[in-house]
Design a protein. Sequence first.
Length: 157
Amino acid sequence: MDRETTFYFWGIVILGGAVLFYYINYFGKAGNRPSFDYYPFGKLPQKVGAENRQYPRTDVKWPVSMETSGGTIDAEVKNVSLGGAFICCKQPLPIRQVFRLTMIGPDKEPVIATAEVVWSNASVSEEKVINRGMGVRFLKMSERHLQVVRQLFQKGD
């Protein structure tokens, strides 16, 4: 190779190496960045603060027992819908943990469901949290127990 060709060859090699280094460095660390492709409810809300829940919620104060692999945890349900609930507890469970819960609903009737933790405020500082807890999605609930929750919304009609 002549001198000019050698110069271009090494320039392309160095430039290609820099581009390759950039892509490896950028995409190789992707696991350490939050993923905006995963959102447990489908698409991210288009507007901040927009209400995108599938079912309306209503405020309640129901005792709840959560059966986990580490034992039973007693807590309180602060609001509930046909799709899920907010459970107020001192130590929220990890996101994606599935567990069985028994809520004591109106007329002391137990409402039993299998639920999955979809969000938690466990990592938020104490000063910024009004109610420590977690949002859960109901995975499985009997028709009778769904009817107990449905009745909460029919009373307002």
